[in-house]
Design a protein around this ligand. Structure first.
Ligand code: FES
Length: 157
């Protein structure tokens, strides 16, 4: 068995092999692999005895389940109305300029990917973004540059 098959089998053992266990299994694969390959979706369908079209349909429905290989850190800037009105474009520009990538791209070293996302539920502290599972709010271009510096050069313990 290869590592992806091993991972899917262990996730299926943890969560169960019913249709309602599909989402946590998809999330588990994205967490470990950073994206859902076509191969992984086929293997999940096989493991859960579901049609691959159903796995693919579920995976493509959720914007958090990436189908392309993502960087070590996936940055998701909220694009919904409050964040848009509070300057998310300037936030995106600051990130693009600092990482030298455009929206939807990853840095050549595979460290960062930049995406937009729907409302993160932090509208009262807009604009907001996520870096992997960490939320950052009340962003300004200066603040975002400081945050990214910490990811570019992690502090030594
Ligand atoms: S609109 Fe951006 S967090 Fe809600």
């Amino acid at each position: 068995m290869n590592p992806v098959q091993d991972l899917i089998k262990s996730l299926a053992e943890t969560h169960g092999r019913k249709r309602e266990n599909l989402l946590p299994i998809l999330q588990g694969v994205v967490e470990k692999e950073k994206y859902l390959s076509e191969y992984a979706m086929i293997e999940i369908a096989r493991e859960l005895e579901l049609p691959s079209a159903e796995v693919y349909g579920t995976a493509t429905f959720y914007s958090f389940l990436e189908h392309r290989k993502m960087g070590v850190y996936t940055i998701r800037v909220c694009k919904t109305i409050t964040c848009s009105m509070k300057g998310k474009n300037q936030i995106l520009e600051a990130i693009e300029e600092m990482l030298k990538i455009s929206l939807g791209e990853s840095t050549p070293d595979g460290k960062f990917s930049l995406l937009q996302t729907n409302c993160l539920g932090w509208c009262h502290k807009a604009p907001a973004m996520l870096i992997n599972n960490d939320v950052y709010t009340e962003l300004t271009p200066e603040k975002v540059r400081e945050i990214l510096k910490q990811y570019i050069q992690p502090t030594q313990n």
